[in-house]
Write a protein that binds this ligand. Structure first.
Ligand SMILES: [Zn+2]
Length: 378
């Protein structure tokens, strides 16, 4: 099914600054934080397809090899970063981007990207997402802050994001830090854990403190009627432990009396734990998922991921996007191939007579933009 005429909302991606590209752009199609050498990426299905599509799109000579296409790309991008980015993005039906402004960030990458500057670079509407990690990092870095001061810093940053920056969601990457088996702790428990952790940096108390802050975020979302995105599934190796990032670990917190009204988004659909993600979306009324990051990085396996989400998840719980970062091709390829493969997946369901062609279009509209419009109140 050709879905290319349906408008797309990218419900989770990052801002980028063209002047910061400092490596062979193909190596960004890899999840490692240790930049792989080019030879690791040139022979993946994703890179092969990316380079062929890019070659066609940029007018490289027919049948050109990867190096020639890479040179054509680099020349065009370096000559006019904004023109190049706009050309790529306009070729998709991408209308809106929800941007996690906490990565890149000074604390982690040595620079941040201003949202206004980014909005000027791309031909789309842009809305910010508040990432909690930089604030938590600041708190953990300062050995003098008391627990009360730490809570105060968190509250101030969240308030600024909500009231001043008008974010459309908050985002937690606790999956990377102490995992998704989040418990709710009393202030007293958290305070004691914080004091012990400051002395000896032990992992058990770190977990309690981080979970306390995440629950603060969830409660702020509840009070302000905002959704909360959680990183789940695959992520940047080696800091992510995949065993701690299976979204099924969130069952207790999703069912908690204080939390169950907060809209929680399982970003990246917990890939490869997509059946689990779909199941959560089907049994917890507050639970949604998105296929961001699966779109640019898994190639044809995206079809399998979408079909496994749909084993349980209603189509009205699944959202779309790229998780694009650092280079424009991650967004462009994620959306372009993602829309195509979504069409393949829904087409397969029509052929097998599970849904009608009309229902497939209805599902596609929900996944590509309608669900995000509703969840993020766009
Ligand atoms: Zn992301």
């Amino acid at each position: 099914m050709d879905l290319s005429s349906i408008p797309v909302i990218d419900s989770h991606c990052h801002p980028f600054d063209p002047s910061r590209e400092d490596d062979d752009f193909r190596v960004y199609f890899n999840m490692s934080l240790w930049r792989p050498p080019t030879e690791v990426v040139v022979d993946t299905i994703v890179t092969r397809k990316l380079m062929r599509e890019l070659g066609k799109f940029l007018g490289a000579p027919y049948g050109a090899d990867q190096e020639t296409i890479a040179n054509v790309r680099n020349e065009q991008y370096k000559a006019d970063p904004k023109g190049y980015t706009q050309k790529l993005f306009k070729s998709n039906n991408l209308e809106t981007m929800l941007v996690d402004t906490g990565f890149p960030h000074e604390e982690f990458t040595g620079y941040s990207v201003d949202l206004k500057t980014f909005a000027d670079l791309v031909p789309c509407k842009v809305y910010p997402i508040f990432r909690m990690a930089p604030t938590i990092f600041t708190i953990f870095k300062d050995p003098r802050a008391t627990f009360e001061e730490a809570v105060d810093i968190m509250e101030k940053d969240m308030n600024k994001a909500i009231k001043q920056d008008k974010v459309v969601a908050m985002k937690s990457i606790i999956a990377y830090e102490t995992g998704l088996a989040i418990r709710k702790w009393s202030k007293k428990d958290a305070q004691e854990a914080y004091d012990r952790f400051r002395k000896d940096k032990n992992r058990d108390d770190e977990k309690i403190v981080r979970e306390y802050f995440v629950v603060m975020g969830l409660l702020a979302c509840k009070e302000n009627d905002l959704p909360m995105q959680f990183h789940t599934g695959l992520g940047s190796a080696p800091i992510l432990n995949l065993l701690d990032s299976n979204p099924i670990l969130m069952q207790d917190i999703l069912a908690d009396d204080d939390i169950k009204e907060v809209t929680v988004i399982i970003t990246h659909s917990g890939y490869p734990f997509t059946t689990e993600a779909g199941y959560l979306c089907s049994v917890y009324p507050n639970c949604y998922c998105d296929v961001t990051a699966i779109t640019p990085y898994t190639g044809p396996a995206l079809k399998k991921a979408i079909l496994s989400l749909l084993e349980f998840s209603p189509a009205n719980r699944i959202m779309f996007g790229s998780d694009g970062v650092i280079i424009p091709e991650t967004y462009w390829f994620g959306i372009k191939q993602g829309v195509k493969v979504l069409g393949d997946a829904l087409g397969e369901l029509v052929t097998a007579d599970w849904i009608t062609a009309r229902e497939a279009v209805e599902f596609a509209e929900m996944i590509l933009h309608k669900n995000a419009q509703k969840v993020y109140k766009l």
